[in-house]
Design a protein around this ligand. Structure first.
Ligand SMILES: Nc1nc2c(ncn2[C@@H]2O[C@H](COP(=O)(O)OP(=O)(O)OP(=O)(O)O)[C@@H](O)[C@H]2O)c(=O)[nH]1
Length: 328
């Protein structure tokens, strides 16, 4: 099949990069859990320390509240968590550290809405995934990491480099493609992102791949500009069929600020899941609670490092256990 004009599909082996074999899933997840505990359990320990005091008076509860707010949980969610915790502690007359830890675990897990569906769709023909978010949030890296996991699970993947704003982004994506054994479709620098996205999905349909991941540019110059660009990308891609997932990549270290930017994306495109990156770089893991609550969208994946295998499915119970050091 001839390549579309101006678009350069690249065979997986074009760069002659030796294919890497990803770490088996079980080992990878254990390692990532340990990394999550390392970055988060200062917060967990301080919370548990407060609850282990001899007297749980108003001051102690205020400190619990402050501790949650400073971990980016958000004011509203914090109030609810503390209120419920106080009430349950009072009713049960709970004093033992283990029981308190149990109650805190329950409340944090409940705040993370454990029943939300966090699976990534994989049943499209092909499954089309748009990856959106502000510059530098980790979109390109996340596309590469997702591709790697999918390929390791036996899926075929095509990467679409619709971030034509930054030339290096397409190079970066092509390098990932070479590493994981995926095809990449890219356009010349400054090409229309929508046309690259269109060609990537067309190519994916032609070659019968399982998943097409489209990396987009996240210039947040203003909402109208973003709406125009992402809206167009989505519309043209939909000429081939539905977009199955739109993943919003959010940098956890940007805290409440990042949340405001994220909200703009959710107003522009129908986001189906959040990927919270750089959770290894912040002790403020409470942002996961704030993100879900404010955006009303499940966190599906978390990024825990720059390495190719540093992406994990988000599991509320495991997350809270890592936070409170219960999984050690
Ligand atoms: N520590 C850490 N770094 C990460 C993580 N995810 C991505 N990064 C790093 O964040 C930086 C930006 O990542 P990119 O993937 O280039 O971000 P982008 O959103 O595609 O950026 P643009 O192409 O400019 O829009 C890179 O140095 C990544 O290695 C993560 O989970 N943890």
């Amino acid at each position: 099949m001839e390549a579309p004009v101006g678009i350069e599909p690249e065979a997986p082996t074009a760069e002659a990069v030796p294919l890497e074999t990803p770490e088996p899933t079980a080992g990878r997840l254990v390692r990532l859990r340990a990394r999550l505990s390392r970055s988060q359990n200062v917060f967990g320990k301080s919370l548990l320390g407060l609850l282990a005091r001899d007297r749980l008076d108003d001051d102690a509860w205020d400190e619990v509240e402050e501790s949650l707010i400073s971990a980016d949980v958000g004011v509203e969610a914090t109030r609810e968590i503390v209120e419920r915790l106080r009430e349950r502690t009072r009713v049960l007359g709970t004093r033992s550290p283990d029981e308190l830890r149990g109650l805190l675990t329950d409340e944090l897990v409940a705040a993370l809405e454990p029943d939300l569906d966090r699976s990534l769709k994989t049943d499209g023909k092909p499954t089309v995934v748009l990856v959106v978010g502000v510059n530098g949030s980790g979109k390109t890296t996340t596309c590469g990491k997702i591709a790697r996991v999918l390929v390791a699970d036996g899926h075929t993947v095509l990467l679409g480099a619709a971030d034509t704003f930054r030339a290096a982004a397409a190079d970066q994506l092509a390098t990932w493609a070479g590493r994981v054994g995926a095809e990449v479709v890219r356009g010349p620098e400054g090409a229309d992102p929508a046309s690259v996205a269109f060609d990537a999905v067309r190519r994916g349909v032609e070659t019968g791949v399982d998943t097409v991941l489209v990396d987009t540019a996240g210039r947040l110059q203003n909402k109208v500009g973003l709406m125009d660009e992402l809206g167009k990308v989505k519309r043209v891609v939909e000429k081939h069929g539905p977009v199955d997932e739109t993943l919003l990549v959010l940098d956890a270290t940007t805290g409440q600020n990042g949340l405001e930017q994220a909200r703009v994306f959710t107003e522009v495109v129908d986001v189906t899941g959040v990927v919270l990156t750089k959770l290894d770089g912040t002790a403020k893991g409470g942002i996961v609670i704030a993100v879900q609550r404010k955006l009303g969208i499940p966190v599906k994946l978390v990024g825990l490092g720059e390495g190719p295998d540093d992406l994990a499915p988000f599991d509320p119970k495991q997350f809270v256990d890592a936070l409170l050091g219960t999984d050690a």
